[in-house]
Design a protein around this ligand. Structure first.
Ligand code: FE2
Ligand code: FE2
Length: 296
């Protein structure tokens, strides 16, 4: 079913956490993603915090440098459970210090692990990310949904990308991740990743955390939900760090077919994929770094 998502008038994305600090930059890098997404519509301004990095401190430091008061955050989206997207939650919620909805997938609290090079917990870190109840006590209102949700004119979450919705080359990608399910370790395809899309005057802007379901499948899902097939930009980590040359090439081809104009990526995309995007898209590829501000 296609939903009339409306249109946002203006969009500004502040990069608050990224694996790269940028050249000669005063901002702090860390492993992870956090974006402050400022949306303008009908004379209103709303601030969406998309992911919270591994640690709160560098995010709050970068916010201060950008003159962003954490109290002005209107809502939070957690793209998926991985620690590098959720670890800063407790510290940042303490600074937001008010009731805010937190949009995430119902499986955000799952117990998941990476097995290479050794067995390590990969989910929300209990001490830094906090428990469900601790976050509620600080004002967090969990909005856990597998389905897409329209948040405001132009802005909608993508919900879960089902197996059927994945494009061929993004299916069955093994990433040595496992989760506990009824007392058994089973492969984790990170079904809990929900993306965000914003319909702007220039077209759709699709934002992923690690884009574990595949950035092309997530972009297609945004088109399917909204019925808008003009894609302006893809933003976030694309998790191509361990992808082979074929998958990287197919991603480039799919972006070209979809008419993607701008690519803003970093985090888990990996140097080889970034170099390919830089070669194929020239100045329309921009590497993310802490403190970067994207105006759309
Ligand atoms: Fe990540
Ligand atoms: Fe991840």
């Amino acid at each position: 079913m296609v939903v009339d998502v409306g249109t946002a008038d203006k969009l500004r994305i502040y990069v608050l956490a990224e694996d790269y600090a940028g050249y000669n930059s005063p901002f702090l890098a860390q492993h992870g993603i956090s974006f402050l997404i400022e949306v303008k519509f009908n004379g209103n301004t709303r601030r969406i915090l998309f992911d919270v990095g591994s640690y709160a401190e560098p995010v709050l430091f970068n916010m201060e440098l950008l003159s962003i008061d954490p109290k002005t955050v209107d809502m939070i989206i957690l793209s998926h459970s991985h620690f590098d997207h959720t670890g800063g939650l407790l510290g940042i919620m303490k600074k937001i210090n008010k009731e805010v909805p937190i949009f995430a997938h119902p499986e955000i609290f799952k117990v998941s692990f990476a097995t290479e090079p050794e067995f390590t917990y990969a989910g929300i870190p209990p001490l830094r990310g906090g428990s469900k109840g601790e976050i509620e006590k600080l004002g967090g209102i969990w909005v856990l949904s597998r389905d897409p949700i329209r948040l405001m004119p132009g802005v909608f979450t993508l919900g879960e990308v089902s197996k059927e919705e994945k494009v061929g080359f993004e299916k069955n990608v093994t990433i040595s991740l496992y989760k506990l399910e009824k007392g058994r370790l089973v492969p984790d395809e990170v079904e809990d990743e929900i993306g965000l899309a914003i319909n702007t005057k220039k077209g759709l802007v699709v934002i992923g955390g690690c884009s574990h379901p595949g950035i092309v499948s997530m972009t297609r899902k945004a088109i399917k939900i909204s019925g808008i097939d003009q894609v302006y930009a893809v933003v976030g980590g694309f998790h191509l760090i361990s992808a082979d040359e074929e998958r990287i090439q197919k991603t480039v081809e799919a972006f070209k077919e979809l008419g993607v104009k701008k690519i803003y990526t970093g985090h888990c995309t990996g140097l080889r994929a970034e170099a390919t995007f830089a070669r194929e898209f020239g100045k329309n590829f921009e590497k993310l770094h802490s403190g970067k501000v994207i105006e759309i």
